[in-house]
Design a protein around this ligand. Structure first.
Ligand code: ZN
Length: 319
């Protein structure tokens, strides 16, 4: 079957305190909380989705907050940095803003002739803002309190830390349709077949690197887009043929998913674009109340009582 990955669908990471996570991604980075739900595999944990107005694929950063869990350890077999796109000329604004927030490891640098701003989030997860020509043509979330000419335009890409590049390169270029578009020392840049937004992945070779450990401040998995169930089935067969263990299709309510670990250790998901984040609540109400999958609805009262209290953006804290 002739199929290709358009780019990143979502990235899921682990946080510690849910309130601090919501405050950072909405108030500081100006993203929209587009879905408030629970971890379908553990409904005592929130699953928080941040993104653009509609929660479009390619803009969604989601978190499982694990309050009190031991901090993760960044290492090989993990995503080392998550990058967002901002318009050209936006980095002065962001550098000043993140300085005022006292963001850790705030640094301006150049990579592949692009200027980037790096810093850590509220759980010390590495983030990057990439100033990209043409990004101003992409629509930002207009309710985030950031001047629109500077606001985040979804993902740029991710950097994966790998002990050995070759097996991961084989999978991405040989099977998943990515092309090598840049090399800079230990860093190889790949681009998905459709060279649209959220289509870059950098592999960073760290031969002596320690293996990473999951926990707050680390990425849990990267989900790639697929337009429909038929293509997803095709990917499932292709991945299985490589000898990688791939799950059955799992219903995640807002998309359908398969999961497998790429050879370097990063957990990959391939998620369908449909039905999307707005199938169970209108766009204007996204993220405004706890949504549960139908199979948890009968347990709503018990589930709500067990979740930590959370003040949502736009609601007064003493309200
Ligand atoms: Zn996912």
């Amino acid at each position: 079957m002739n199929k290709s990955i358009p780019g990143i669908h979502h990235i899921t990471a682990i946080a510690s305190d849910p309130q601090r996570n919501v405050d950072f991604y909405t108030n500081v980075l100006g993203l929209r909380l587009v879905k408030l739900t629970v971890n379908f595999d553990d409904p005592s944990t929130y699953h928080l989705y941040f993104g653009d107005e509609r929660g479009s694929a390619g803009t969604l950063l989601t978190f499982f907050p694990w309050p009190g869990a031991a901090r993760g350890q960044l290492g090989t077999g993990q995503v080392g940095a998550t990058a967002f796109t901002v318009p050209e000329g936006a980095l002065d604004y962001w550098e000043d803003r993140m300085q005022k927030q006292e963001a850790a490891f705030l640094k301006r640098q150049w990579r592949f002739d692009e200027e980037i701003l790096t810093f850590l989030d509220s759980d010390w997860m590495p983030l990057e803002l990439v100033a990209r020509p043409g990004a101003d043509a992409l629509a930002p979330w207009e309710g985030g309190g950031i001047p629109l000419e500077y606001a985040i335009r979804g993902f740029d890409g991710v950097t994966m830390w790998e002990k050995d590049l070759a097996p991961s390169l084989d999978l991405l270029t040989g099977t998943m349709g990515f092309s090598i578009v840049g090399e800079d020392g230990p860093r190889v840049r790949l681009q998905a077949a459709a060279d649209g937004p959220a289509s870059l992945v950098d592999l960073l070779q760290l031969p002596g690197g320690q293996r990473g450990r999951h926990g707050p401040g680390t990425v849990h998995h990267v989900a790639w887009r697929t337009p429909d169930d038929a293509e997803q089935q095709g990917w499932r067969e292709d991945v299985a043929k490589l000898g990688l263990r791939v799950t059955q299709v799992i219903d995640r309510q807002y998309f359908r998913s398969i999961y497998f670990r790429e050879p370097g250790g990063v957990l990959f998901e391939i998620a369908t674009d449909p039905p999307g984040m707005d199938w169970d609540e209108p766009v204007e109400a996204l993220g405004s109340r706890l949504r549960l999958p139908t199979w948890f609805e009968p347990r709503r009262e018990e589930i709500e009582a067990a979740l930590p209290a959370l003040t949502l953006p736009g609601n007064p804290r003493d309200g």
